[in-house]
Design a protein around this ligand. Structure first.
Ligand code: UT7
Length: 330
């Protein structure tokens, strides 16, 4: 009898660029204060990828290279690369293919997936399905965003929030019940007015006018997104517990998207989890969109134990939101 195949996370990698954009530096660029940023968001600094000719794939590649080296895996063994991002190197081709080329994953197919801040959860669930089907043995899921490429550093509402980073996981088949065990994924496109990029798509292609009007940057109505995020992220996190008969005591870690400390607190609270069980690094990296969750896993990997129950949760542009239950496999 064949036992059920699940998709275990068997390795994690991460990368943050060197340059630290501090609240003090932002105080010199826009009308803001360190005190406002800390108290409203929990952010103290973010990393920025500086330098000509560098893109999102240049964040993803070191994260993946480190991960494969740790496991002694030849990139030629990789079957598939899924890159979650809202800042692809180019509109097309997919960043996943550029990453595949740069790391020498010549036997892999790849594609990008855009679900904004929930991108990693969508990609993780998609990658897990490929493994569960029995068709693929090694799938890389990478969340990577060079947010500095779409941030308007004259807009104090958004420029204080975002940073650049990448985080990756390797998915492999497991028959002992470890891995990505369930996901609740949601989207509601009616939320698009509140968080989007106004131009550069087929609705409004790039023109001199769109550039002049600064429409190629992330636009957000923070207060509205905040209201939906607090409710949405907490709802799906509670739901994933309930439908799997889990209680707060069963959960070793909550791994929340890092958009705002107050949203993270609300989610932990709703799940009945003490903050010691919540991965939080927002103060050092800000909101790195698709990278926040794998970046947490990367930073906490030494504290994770085989069998630990993790809840990964996110909310973001789209609106998109979701939560995944992962049983740690090593
Ligand atoms: O990851 C994707 C999903 N995104 C999110 O989850 C983000 C959700 N939203 C948020 O985290 C929060 O809404 C923000 C952190 C973006 C903003 O915090 P807020 O408490 O909602 O502030 P607000 O937008 O309501 O602004 C309050 C005041 C306003 O001034 P008035 O109108 O009260 O005079 C803003 O103009 O703060 C002002 N303000 C600032 N002041 C100093 C806005 N940005 C700044 C700033 N520095 N950087």
């Amino acid at each position: 009898m064949m036992s059920k195949i699940s998709a275990a996370i068997t390795a994690v990698g991460g990368y943050v660029p060197e340059y630290r954009l501090t609240n003090a530096e932002l105080e010199k660029i826009v009308d803001t204060t360190d005190e406002w940023i800390r108290s409203r968001t929990g952010i103290e600094e973010r990393r920025i990828l500086k330098g000509e000719g560098l893109a999102t794939s240049d964040l993803a590649v070191p994260a993946i290279t480190e991960m494969l080296a740790k496991k002694n895996i030849d990139p030629k063994e990789i079957d598939c690369i899924i890159c979650a991002t809202v800042t692809p190197d180019m509109v097309f081709p997919a960043t996943a293919n550029i990453i595949g080329d740069k790391i020498g994953a010549t036997n892999a197919f790849g594609f990008d997936l855009n679900a904004a801040c929930s991108g990693f959860l969508y990609a993780l669930t998609t990658g897990a399905s490929f493994i569960e089907s029995g068709r693929y043995k090694k799938v890389i899921v990478v969340g990577a965003d060079k947010m500095s490429s779409i941030v308007d550093y004259t807009d104090r509402n958004t420029c204080i929030l975002f940073g650049d980073a990448a985080g990756a996981v390797l998915l492999e088949p497991n028959t002992e019940g470890y891995g990505v065990l369930d996901s609740v994924l949601k989207s509601d496109g009616s939320g698009r007015p509140f968080l989007h990029m106004k131009a550069g798509g087929s609705l409004k292609p790039a023109s001199v006018e769109t550039v002049t009007a600064r429409e190629h940057f992330a636009y957000q109505e923070g207060k509205t997104v905040f209201k939906f995020a607090v409710v949405g992220m907490a709802d799906v996190s509670a739901q994933i517990l309930e439908r799997n008969n889990l209680t707060a005591d069963d959960i070793a870690w909550l791994v929340p998207h890092q958009a705002n400390m107050r949203i993270i607190n609300a989610t932990a609270n709703r799940m009945g989890l003490p903050m010691e069980k919540v991965m939080v690094n927002i103060s050092r990296y800000g909101n790195t969109t698709a990278a926040t969750i794998p970046l947490c896993l990367w930073e906490w990997q030494d504290q994770l134990k085989k069998g630990d129950n993790l809840v990964l949760a996110a909310f973001g542009g789209g609106f998109t939101w979701g939560a995944s239950w992962v049983k740690w496999g090593y």
